[in-house]
Every structure is written in structure tokens, then in C-alpha cells.
Design a binder for this molecule. Structure first.
Ligand SMILES: [Zn+2]
Length: 337
């Protein structure tokens, strides 16, 4: 009996030691000089006055004529210990570095409920305008409800409760989004997904440790930037994989307007590569920016690391050589389109 107890204790100890070492070693150092040619940079004469602020992972703030849209509020990249304990330090100073002035964020979308897509929602609260709308799966909204209900003006749009899929407009009519059903990629092998499941009731406290952040359902979002009902630019913010039925829907929607910019997650050569090619050929976007490639499981004050996909600069080169107009943005940087 004693032997069994010792064996179990030893096994637990090994797992506790191996998991963090494995997680910590997922990142590979990024050689910034090698990446310079791949940083998105549009010719100034094509600039339509739209600013994109990128915070790493899938967190974008898109601003047009003083109004802003936010996707996936997450920029703080907690370390393993913080993920396990659920105790996250306040890193609002990082946010104020990039957006020192008040933004009028009128529309927020969340692609799914994992921590690396919504953990920093409270940090963005001061930047919301007075009639903000938050669009996400019902499960993600329920998990975030302790934070959302603090701001009484927030209007919540649980996607599964919409009578039928349609455009959702920001109160200022500068943005509209169309939720696109998508599939979260497998974390391990071809089919093992971690942290799946949905919340059916509002939580009393926002999720803490990593395992409390359940995926819910995953959505991509088609975003139109509008000026008096005219579409200034159409951006597809992709998350996970876009199944064929959703690609077909996007193709149908593109009869009204072609996709100018595809923001596509790229964290693994095999897991993202093929599906990207399929989506690219069906949608033919003018430009592509890969996101979610960087800085995972790392303190943002430390050097940038890419994840798993072992050689982002060569993979970008390979794609460009084949004619795909792919670029990246560095975390905590901005660009104009
Ligand atoms: Zn996820």
C-alpha cells in the first residue's frame, strides 16, 4: 500500500514538473531582423484612413473616424504559474502604451471563451463608448457576465440566440459584423481539443485558472467599416478553421463586397497551412495578415517568441514565393489601411 502511494506521488510530481517545462518550451525565439520584410506595410496612397492596433494573439482594435471596434480583448500573456493559480497581475500599463487616449469602442467581438481571447476585457472597459455592444457565443458571454454586468450600458449579443444570422451594427453605424460559424483547431494531433464545453448559466465569478475558460462555440467575424452606409473596407477576422458551409456563406456575401483584408490565425504549419490555402482560394482576399503566431506563455516584457510553428519567417517566405500576399504585425504595433 505504501509503495503504491509513493508511486502515485512520484507520478503526480513528474506530471507537475513535465507539464510546465513542456509549456514553457513551446516558444521559439523570434529573430526580429529576419521578420522585417514580412511586416505589413501598405502604400500610403491606398490608405483609407483605417487604423489597426495589434496587441498580439488575436487582439485587434480597428479605428475609423474616431470610432473603434475591438476583437478578443487579450494582451497580457500570463505565465504558467499565473494560469494555474488564476492570479493575474494588472498589466494595464501595456494597454495605455499603445492607446494613451480614450477610444470610442462601440463594438466588441469575442471569437471563443478561452483565456487568450478574453482575459483582459476589464482592461478595455474604460475605452468603451456609452452604447457598447458585445458579440460572442452565449457560453462566452455567460462566463464573462460578472465583468459585463458591471457596465450597465453594455448590450450583449449571444450569437446562438439570434433568430437567424445577420449583420449586427455598432450604435454609431461605423461598423457592422456578421458572425461566421467556425471550428476551433485541435490542440493535440488531429482531433484532441482542450478546454471544450459550454457554460449554460451566468458565472458568479469570472473564470480564474486556465481550465475554467471553456471554449463555448468558435466564431470568425466578417467586419465592414462603414461611412454613411458605404462600405469603406471589408475585413474577415478568422478564428480556428472555417468550414466549407461558412466559406460558401462568405462567398455569397462577397457579391456585395470583396474581402480586402483577411486576418488569419497561424500558429502551426500543418494545422493552419492547408485550411488557410483552402480559405484563401475560395475568398481571394486582397491582403492577408497572420495573427496568433506570437508571444504565447510569455511575459510580454520579455523578447517575443513564436509558438510551435517553428520557423515563421521561412513559412512566410514560402507562402510569398507562391504568390500569397501574407504579412504579420508585431505585437503592440499599429498600421493603416
Ligand atoms: Zn482557443
Amino acid at each position: 500500500m505504501k509503495k503504491i502511494k509513493i508511486s502515485i506521488a512520484a507520478l503526480v510530481l513528474i506530471i507537475v514538473l513535465i507539464v510546465p517545462i513542456k509549456l514553457m518550451s513551446l516558444g521559439k525565439k523570434v529573430e526580429l531582423d529576419d521578420l522585417k520584410t514580412y511586416i505589413f506595410n501598405q502604400a500610403p496612397e491606398k490608405n483609407k484612413g483605417i487604423q489597426i492596433d495589434y496587441f498580439g494573439t488575436s487582439c485587434f482594435v480597428i479605428t475609423y473616424k474616431g470610432q473603434s471596434y475591438l476583437n478578443d480583448p487579450f494582451f497580457s500573456n500570463p505565465n504558467y504559474l499565473q494560469l494555474v493559480t488564476g492570479k493575474y497581475p494588472n498589466r494595464d500599463n501595456l494597454l495605455s502604451k499603445l492607446i494613451p487616449n480614450k477610444k470610442n469602442i462601440s463594438l466588441v467581438t469575442i471569437t471563443h471563451g478561452h483565456y487568450d481571447h478574453c482575459l483582459d476585457l476589464p482592461s478595455f472597459m474604460p475605452y468603451l463608448n456609452d452604447k457598447p455592444k458585445v458579440v460572442a457565443s452565449s457560453s462566452a458571454l455567460l462566463s464573462l457576465s460578472p465583468w459585463l454586468k458591471e457596465n450597465k450600458k453594455i448590450l450583449q449579443y449571444p450569437i446562438e440566440r439570434m433568430a437567424k444570422p445577420n449583420w449586427i451594427y455598432s450604435s454609431d453605424k461605423t461598423f457592422r459584423i456578421y458572425p461566421i460559424h467556425s471550428e476551433h483547431q485541435a490542440h493535440i494531433g488531429k482531433s484532441i481539443k482542450l478546454l471544450t464545453g459550454t457554460y449554460e448559466q451566468p458565472l458568479a465569478h469570472a473564470p480564474g485558472p486556465v481550465w475554467q475558460w471553456l471554449e463555448g462555440h468558435t466564431y470568425s467575424y466578417l467586419l465592414d467599416v462603414l461611412d454613411n452606409d458605404t462600405i469603406v473596407s471589408r475585413i474577415l477576422l478568422a478564428s480556428g478553421e472555417i468550414p466549407q458551409s461558412s466559406l460558401q456563406l462568405l462567398e455569397n456575401l462577397s457579391t456585395e463586397k470583396h474581402i480586402d483584408l483577411l486576418l488569419y490565425p497561424y500558429w502551426h504549419k500543418e494545422k493552419c497551412g492547408e485550411k488557410f490555402i483552402e480559405a484563401y482560394h475560395q475568398l481571394s482576399p486582397t491582403k492577408v495578415i497572420f495573427h496568433h503566431w506570437n508571444n504565447f506563455f510569455r511575459d510580454p516584457n520579455k523578447p517575443i517568441q513564436m509558438i510551435r510553428s517553428s520557423d515563421i519567417n521561412n513559412e512566410l517566405k514560402e507562402k510569398r514565393d507562391k504568390g500569397y500576399p501574407v504579412s504579420i504585425l508585431m505585437p503592440f504595433s499599429k498600421t493603416n489601411i
